[in-house]
Design a binder for this molecule. Structure first.
Ligand code: NAP
Ligand code: G4F
Length: 324
């Protein structure tokens, strides 16, 4: 019988790719879905997998739902991907963000301690935890100080610390993946990559004329979600629990991304992109570029997708979607 994996956040971008990856490897996959008034919305990304996963209603804020699943399944591996994952929105709903992204992880760890103490736990930690901190070589790595600049980043830093604390204090196999931005055609519509690529395609088809954005000068290290979910499994299958940066080591500004995407569609971004202060954040993380040497050396992980291939895949997806 294959290993049993419990994925929180299974309906999200990473949850859907991780499910496909684990099913391919022969795992049994269990997941939580939250109640949504439009049920179909909950399952859009995993529609094709519904016959192969065990999906139950649950929420990180409802510890009884976590307890029930862990008692019933006793999973070998737990991937905690559930989060209010939008940084800008964490300024609008800071309490919900902190409850889910921080206290939700505490709920999970407490439940694991009692109901499944031998399960290995992966925590979806984030490069947003670094804030505007970087090493002398302009990169962030596992040892770089963390000074988050958003409620999202603060909550993720709390959870990151809790994972390390429970690892040491209670001997849980609990690991952090410190993942830099990763994207795909399944990325939510209000993250900057999808927002730029989808709207540039709509502009190229004459359906709209303008794209409103916030800060064009921040820089991000963008990889592909498919590569990053492979890393999650490697992290849990390493001999000991530890913390790992997953990144590409390349960085580009939002302006660079606009230029690249619009020019692929034979457009000039300056004719269409307008700044709307509503998309500028109260505080901003201006630069990310991750050094993943530790993951390369210890896990043997490296990304397969280039930035160019990521952009092309997302462009093809939206060109096909809006072809008529
Ligand atoms: P995503 O697409 O926004 O997915 C988030 C998932 O969490 C969704 O399934 C969502 O369910 C679920 N969720 C939200 N609140 C919940 C709650 N209270 N209880 C249970 N489930 C809840 O995010 P993603 O891009 O896949 O990211 C996965 C994880 O990695 C997140 O923790 C994110 O913070 C972290 N991360 C992401 C990146 C990145 O660049 N993508 C980088 C570093 C870290 P609904 O479908 O019901 O909303
Ligand atoms: O695409 P973003 O919203 O991603 P952000 O804030 O970097 O967060 C993502 O990556 C984190 C890892 O570093 C994850 F932990 C987190 O869950 C999420 O997946 O914004 C990227 C950049 C920012 O500097 C933002 O200010 O794009 C800038 N930006 C400019 N105009 C915009 C916009 N971002 C969004 N979402 N929308 C805009 O109109």
């Amino acid at each position: 019988m294959g290993k049993k994996a419990f994925i929180t956040g299974i309906t999200g971008q990473d949850g859907s790719y991780l499910t496909e990856h684990l099913l391919d490897l022969g795992y049994e996959v269990y997941g939580f879905a939250r109640r949504n008034s439009v049920t179909e919305h909950q399952q859009t990304r995993i529609e094709n997998l519904m016959n192969n996963v065990d999906l139950t209603y649950g929420d990180m804020l409802d510890q009884s739902s976590i307890d029930k699943l862990l008692k019933r399944v006793n999973p070998d591996e737990i991937y905690n991907l559930a989060a209010q994952s939008h940084v800008r929105i964490s300024f609008d709903v800071p309490q919900f963000t902190v409850q889910t992204n921080a206290l939700g992880v505490l709920n999970l760890l407490e439940s694991v301690k009692i109901n499944a103490p031998n399960a290995k736990i992966y925590q979806a930690s984030s490069s947003e935890m670094f804030g505007n901190s970087r090493d002398a070589d302009n990169m962030q790595r596992e040892t770089t100080p963390m000074h988050p600049v958003s409620p999202y980043g603060c909550a993720k830093l709390f959870s990151y610390s809790l994972i390390r604390n429970y690892r040491k204090a209670f001997k849980l196999f609990a690991s952090n993946g410190i993942l830099f931005n990763h994207e795909s055609p399944r990325r939510g519509a209000n993250f900057v990559t999808t927002k730029i690529i989808k709207n540039a395609v709509l502009i190229s088809k004459g359906k709209i004329n303008t794209l409103e954005l916030g800060n064009l000068d921040s820089k991000r290290d963008w990889g592909h979600s498919k590569d990053y979910v492979r890393a999650m499994r490697l992290i849990l299958n390493h001999t000991e629990p530890d913390d790992f940066v997953i990144s590409t080591g390349e960085t580009k500004s939002i302006r660079d991304l606009c230029k690249i995407v619009f020019s692929k569609l034979n457009l000039n971004y300056e004719d269409h992109v307008k700044i709307n202060p509503k998309y500028v954040r109260p505080d901003e993380l201006s630069y990310l570029c991750g050094d993943c040497s530790k993951s390369k050396k210890i896990l043997g992980w490296k990304p397969k997708y280039s930035f160019e291939e990521l952009v092309d895949e997302m462009l093809e997806y939206f060109l096909e979607k809006y072809k008529d």
